[in-house]
Design a protein. Structure first.
Length: 576
């Protein structure tokens, strides 16, 4: 055979063409030519992603995209959404219900969710602090393995955020809603004029996030930076910076990325212990990139735009990086599953803050979830779909399968307060998307609590993780290894431990009364220590039966210095 250097040029050209054509029959053309496949390009992008893990010893942390409790035991768990817990009359009952059913965290809105809109910023912050102190006290009574944690949402895209922020009808996909306009996220321009997308009159002097939100957040997270009861801070509920044709805004997503970076650094400057959760639903909703055209498949060109958006968010870090990407799953929507798959490969933790199905007409129900929410939750539905990597699946996953397949660190139903019809659920009740007091609510709860118990059992079997125990992102000393826990009991054999007794039991005299609708209060001076307590009363409960000078016996839970959540108040009459 002639050496390659002596072969005719024409023969060499034909040989190369034959090799390329033959290669294309075996593998994709771009691989034959040595070009990275789209999966290779994504793997290469992951190498450029900064580390999003964070752990401070003594607090919930995330290592290698997995969540761990303060003892470094895995914490893949079920949570609940009780946005208005700070206003609820049944805080302790909520904690008890969650603990006994292995539900480990509660998502709470610091600004409320369509509740108490007239409460000022300082009072909201005070109530968040008091709730956190109460949960701390409760957790001390039940032990680390049964502790409940708070995921605190710092504002809301819809209608009610930090007092002083202006909400406008600027969501072109739903003009019934008052929302935060896109320039609210724009760093460096503290006040702006704006023409709402929905056609309302122009607004002037509208503040951006740096005016009210940022200083309020900095103060709140600073006040609670040492609380072991907090799971983390979520920048907001379903935040998005919609572009606006009337204002010529096309850089909304860039503003949002800068906002995330700035607020992560702001939180870290005041709190190096707790996790930071981005405020979003999923990338497609955040960016309006519709790479799923409605057939269950993927549009490859739009898919590349989506991946570019993911890369931009993954690298949206300043001095620090955010830690957990939240997801909203409804009606077997595949978009959030895409996020979880992509971020999982990049080592970033994902958590489904809301998961469920939307009740509508019978026809809508069949389209959304096959007509039966309990069956869909338990078993999924036979319906084909293509994932972000091109693989087709013949079944939409059940609740348990979604957690497993997507490696979610946590998942929670919407509208999920303590499901007792005798309590005032208020705006935390949502029979359309929530589960508490829904038509089949207890059946849905049985599926959720079954998954919760299974996850807790698997967490306990794993025990403390040595890799987690060796990490301190905050600079806090690692300390000694945690004490070993009892061997876990299979869920069917487990029994919840007894309810803790309220730690405060005192005799005192009523020295003050406030009939405020949202915060009815008695001031009681205790006899033993001559300490004065402000007793937070159940909302809307009449306190008119108490009088100044009454001697009372009060039982309840501490909520900080001189504050107490009363669970029982008894007038003690002089028997002389």
């Amino acid at each position: 055979m002639l050496p390659v250097s002596r072969l005719p040029l024409r023969f060499l050209i034909r040989l190369m063409i034959t090799i390329v054509v033959f290669s294309a029959l075996i593998v994709p053309f771009d691989v034959a030519l040595g070009v990275n496949t789209r999966e290779d390009r994504e793997v290469l992008a992951y190498e450029d992603w900064p580390d999003h893990d964070w752990r401070s010893p003594g607090f919930v942390g995330v290592i290698d995209g997995m969540m761990f409790d303060p003892d470094c035991v895995p914490m893949q768990s079920v949570g609940a959404n009780v946005p208005n817990l700070i206003y609820r009359e049944s805080i302790v009952q909520n904690l008890e219900w969650m603990r006994k059913n292995k539900v480990r965290w509660i998502r709470v809105f610091a600004t409320g969710h369509r509740e108490a809109p007239d409460v000022d910023a300082s009072q909201r912050a005070r109530m968040v602090r008091e709730l956190t102190m109460l949960v701390e006290s409760y957790n001390k009574s039940v032990g680390r393995s049964e502790s409940i944690y708070l995921l605190i949402v710092l504002t809301d895209y819809y209608g009610q955020g930090v007092p002083g922020d202006r909400y406008l009808r600027d969501n072109s996909q739903g003009c019934d809603y008052m929302v935060l306009p896109a320039p609210w996220f724009r760093r460096g321009q503290q006040y702006f004029d704006f023409n709402p997308e929905c056609g309302d009159a122009p607004a002037s002097g509208v503040p951006n996030y740096e005016v009210n939100y940022k200083p309020w957040v900095r103060q709140l997270v600073s006040d609670l930076s040492e609380s072991p009861a907090i799971l983390g801070w979520q920048l907001g509920n379903e935040l998005k910076a919609r572009n606006n044709a009337r204002n010529g805004i096309e850089e909304g997503y860039d503003w949002y990325l800068d906002f995330v970076s700035d607020m992560t650094d702001t939180i870290r400057s005041a709190d190096k212990n707790h996790l930071v959760f981005v405020g979003a639903q999923y990338f497609a909703e955040l960016t309006d990139i519709g790479y799923r055209p409605g057939t269950g498949g993927i549009d490859d060109d739009q898919r590349i735009k989506y991946l570019d958006a993911v890369n931009a968010m993954a690298t949206a870090c300043g001095q620090y990086c955010w830690n957990v990407w939240p997801l909203t799953f409804y009606d077997f929507n595949a978009y959030p599953a895409d996020d979880a798959m992509v971020l999982q490969r990049g080592g970033i933790a994902t958590l489904a803050t809301e998961y469920g199905f939307t009740l509508g007409s019978p026809d809508e129900n069949r389209v959304h979830f096959g007509g039966n929410r309990t069956t869909a939750l338990r078993s999924g539905i036979k319906r084909g779909w293509q994932d972000i990597y091109g693989e087709w699946h013949d079944t939409q996953w059940s609740l348990a399968d979604s957690v497993r397949a997507l490696n979610l660190t946590g998942i929670a139903p919407w509208g999920s307060p303590y499901p007792n019809p005798d309590t005032d659920l208020g705006s935390d009740l949502d029979r359309r998307r929530g589960i508490s007091l829904a038509p089949e609510g207890m059946e849905l709860w049985q599926v959720w609590t079954g998954v919760a118990a299974d996850l807790e059992y698997q967490n306990a079997l794993s025990g403390s993780d040595n890799g987690c125990l060796a990490v301190s992102s905050s600079g806090r000393a690692l300390g000694a290894k945690p004490q070993s826990r009892p061997s876990p009991v299979p869920p069917l054999m487990a029994r919840p431990s007894a309810s803790p007794t309220p730690p405060l039991d005192l005799l005192g005299t009523v020295t003050g009364i406030s009939t405020d609708l949202y915060d009815p209060t008695l001031i009681v001076k205790a006899k033993e220590k001559s300490q004065t307590f402000r007793l937070r009363m159940p909302k809307n409960q009449s306190i008119r039966k108490y009088n100044l000078g009454d001697n009372v016996r009060v039982k309840g839970w501490p909520m900080g210095d001189g504050v107490m959540l009363a669970t029982s108040i008894e007038v003690v009459y002089d028997k002389r």
